[in-house]
Design a protein around this ligand. Structure first.
Ligand code: CA
Ligand code: CA
Ligand code: CA
Length: 145
């Protein structure tokens, strides 16, 4: 197990300077394309693992909050606040490490119809709801100091 990567990072590999994630469905779909590594139209647990590998900078198979947020901060500093919120969602048991069971749980949440693969539609529904939930943490100007 090694993984945990790019979910937040993709957002901005899309070139969204200024971090306006709207329209959310378009942002979500471009993330899907980046995460569906074999481009078969479904995001699988293997692909989730591959995606998250990027964040595991010490290669111990776990992704700490520090590893995750440092990576995001380095590449997309304007998503720093969002990265903490997403990490809290990913870290199901709140032990400050993302492990196999956390990835499995996240995957299950995304996989609404429980067929062990996340379709583009399932992905979009999950991510649009996340973007709305955390709207106060991204986009539309900085939070004041
Ligand atoms: Ca795939
Ligand atoms: Ca690690
Ligand atoms: Ca599914």
């Amino acid at each position: 197990m090694q993984y945990l990567a790019a979910i937040v990072a993709f957002i901005c590999w899309q070139g969204c300077q200024g971090i306006d994630l709207r329209p959310y469905n378009v942002t979500a779909l471009s993330m899907f394309v980046n995460n569906d590594l074999n481009q078969d139209g479904f995001f699988t647990l293997d692909e989730m693992h591959s995606s998250f590998t990027i964040y595991d900078t010490d290669h111990d198979g776990r992704v700490t909050r520090h590893e995750y947020t440092s990576y995001v901060n380095l590449h997309t500093p304007t998503l720093h606040d969002l990265s903490h919120a997403l990490y809290d969602d990913y870290d199901v048991d709140h032990d400050h490490h993302l492990d196999e069971h956390d990835f499995q749980n996240l995957f299950n949440v995304m996989d609404a119809d429980k067929d062990n693969r996340v379709s583009a539609l399932e992905w979009e529904q999950y991510w649009v709801s996340q973007f709305i939930k955390y709207e106060h943490l991204h986009g539309h100007g900085h939070m004041g100091g």
